[in-house]
Write a protein that binds this ligand. Structure first.
Ligand SMILES: NC(=O)c1ccc[n+]([C@@H]2O[C@H](COP(=O)([O-])OP(=O)(O)OC[C@H]3O[C@@H](n4cnc5c(N)ncnc54)[C@H](O)[C@@H]3O)[C@@H](O)[C@H]2O)c1
Length: 324
C-alpha cells in the first residue's frame, strides 16, 4: 500500500510516518492487512533528522501543481495533516483560508482523481467547539467554532463527508484534543502552556503559565493520537456510517493537577519551576474551549484515551529519554 502524509514534517505527521514504517502494514478496503510499500511525507520543511524508510517531498500545498506532482496515482491512503494551526490561522486570516480550506479542497480533488478512491484521514480539532457550551459536551453537541481555525476545520469535516458521500474518497475526520506533551520549544499556539507546564520543568527550565491553575485542558498524548490515526484508518467503512466525524476520547486535567502529577513523578523542585504569569489574551481564548467531552461513539469504535495525566508525563519522559 502507498501512503501519503501532508504535513508529514510536522510534530504529529513525522511521528505518524515513523510509526507506520515500524508497523509496516495497514488494513485495506477488504479488511486485509497489507504491507506498506511506500510512505511519502509532503511538507514545506522537515526535521533535521531524516528517516531512511520515508520518501521526503518538499513542497507547498498552495503552490500550483506541487501536490499533484508529489502524489502517485496509485496512492491508497492519504493522511491530511498539513494546516496553519490555531494562533497562526487567527493572526493570518488569508493564509488560514488558503491552506486550511483551499488546501484541503486541493487534497480532496487530487484524491478524487486517483486510480481508486483512497482512504483519507483528516485531523480536525476540538476547536470545532467554542463559545457558550454545556459543561460536558457529547457527540450530539453542534460545532460552534469561535476562531477562524475552528471554522476552517469544521468546513474541512463537511468536505470530507461530502466527498465520501459522493464515493470520491473513503474519508474519516478526527477531532483531536490538545496534544500534550508536545516536544520542542514553546510555540505561539494559545494551548502552548498545556505542554510547557510539564515539558520545561522536566528539562530543568522555568515555565511561565499564562492561565489560572484551575484551568482545565481536554488532552491526549502524541502516542495515543498516532494510535488513533492508525485505528481510524483500519476501521471498516461500515463502522463510520454516513457521518465521518468522531470526537476522539481524551482526559481532562487542570493545570494544578498537571503540576501536582509532575511533582509526584519528577520531584517538588521541578514542579516549583512553574510560575504564574497571567496573560489576559491567552486566558480569554482558553476560556472558550471545551474541557470535558463524553465520547460514546469513539469509545464504541475502539478509540482509547490515556489512562491519566501521570501516564502522559511518564510517556513523555520515556519517549525523550529524560533523566530525573
Ligand atoms: N497538536 C495539537 O494539539 C492538535 C490539536 C488538534 C488538531 N491538530 C491538527 O493535527 C494536525 C497536525 O498537527 P501538529 O501538531 O503536528 O502541527 P504541526 O504544525 O507540527 O504540523 C503541521 C504541518 O503542516 C505543515 N504545513 C503548513 N502549511 C503547509 C503548506 N502550505 N504546505 C505543506 N505543508 C504545510 C507545516 O509545515 C507543519 O509541518 C494539524 O492539522 C492540526 O490542525 C493538532
Amino acid at each position: 500500500m502507498k501512503v501519503f502524509i501532508t504535513g508529514g514534517g510536522g510534530m504529529l505527521g513525522h511521528r505518524l510516518a515513523r510509526a507506520l514504517a515500524t508497523r509496516g502494514k495497514l488494513v485495506d478496503e477488504s479488511g486485509t492487512l497489507q504491507a506498506i510499500t511506500q510512505i511519502k511525507v509532503f511538507d514545506t520543511g522537515f526535521p533535521a533528522e531524516r528517516d531512511a524508510r520515508l520518501v521526503y517531498v518538499q513542497g507547498d500545498l498552495a503552490a500550483p501543481g506541487a501536490l499533484a506532482d508529489a502524489m502517485d496515482a496509485d496512492t491508497d491512503t492519504v493522511f491530511h495533516l498539513a494546516a496553519v494551526v490555531s494562533a497562526g490561522a487567527e493572526a493570518e486570516f488569508d493564509l488560514g483560508m488558503r491552506i486550511n480550506i483551499e488546501g484541503t479542497r486541493t487534497v480532496l480533488e487530487l484524491c478524487r482523481r486517483l486510480n481508486a478512491p483512497p482512504r483519507v484521514l483528516f485531523t480536525s480539532s476540538v476547536a470545532a467547539f467554542g463559545g457558550a457550551m454545556p459543561d460536558v459536551l457529547d457527540d450530539a453537541t453542534t460545532p460552534t467554532p469561535q476562531s477562524s481555525y475552528g471554522t476552517q476545520k469544521v468546513i474541512g469535516e463537511y468536505l470530507v463527508n461530502d466527498y465520501t458521500r459522493k464515493g470520491f474518497i473513503d474519508g474519516r475526520s478526527m477531532r483531536l484534543p490538545t496534544i500534550v506533551v508536545r516536544p520542542g520549544r514553546p510555540n505561539l499556539a494559545a494551548s502552548s502552556f498545556a505542554s510547557s507546564v510539564l515539558r520545561e520543568p522536566l528539562n530543568g527550565e522555568i515555565s511561565k503559565c499564562p492561565v489560572a491553575d484551575s484551568t482545565g485542558v481536554w488532552l491526549l498524548s502524541p502516542a495515543r493520537a498516532i494510535d488513533a490515526f492508525m485505528h481510524a484508518h483500519d476501521l471498516p467503512a461500515a463502522a463510520w456510517g454516513s457521518y465521518r466525524v468522531v470526537n476522539l476520547p481524551g482526559i481532562t486535567a487542570t493545570v494544578r493537577e498537571m503540576v501536582d502529577a509532575l511533582g509526584r513523578i519528577a520531584g517538588r523542585e521541578r514542579a516549583a519551576l512553574v510560575q504564574d504569569v497571567p496573560d489576559e489574551r491567552i486566558r480569554a481564548i482558553v476560556k472558550t474551549w471545551p474541557t470535558k467531552l463524553r465520547t460514546p461513539r469513539a469509545n464504541a469504535m475502539g478509540f482509547k484515551a490515556d489512562p491519566d495525566i501521570e501516564a502522559v508525563i511518564r510517556a513523555h519522559i520515556a519517549d525523550h529519554d529524560i533523566k530525573l
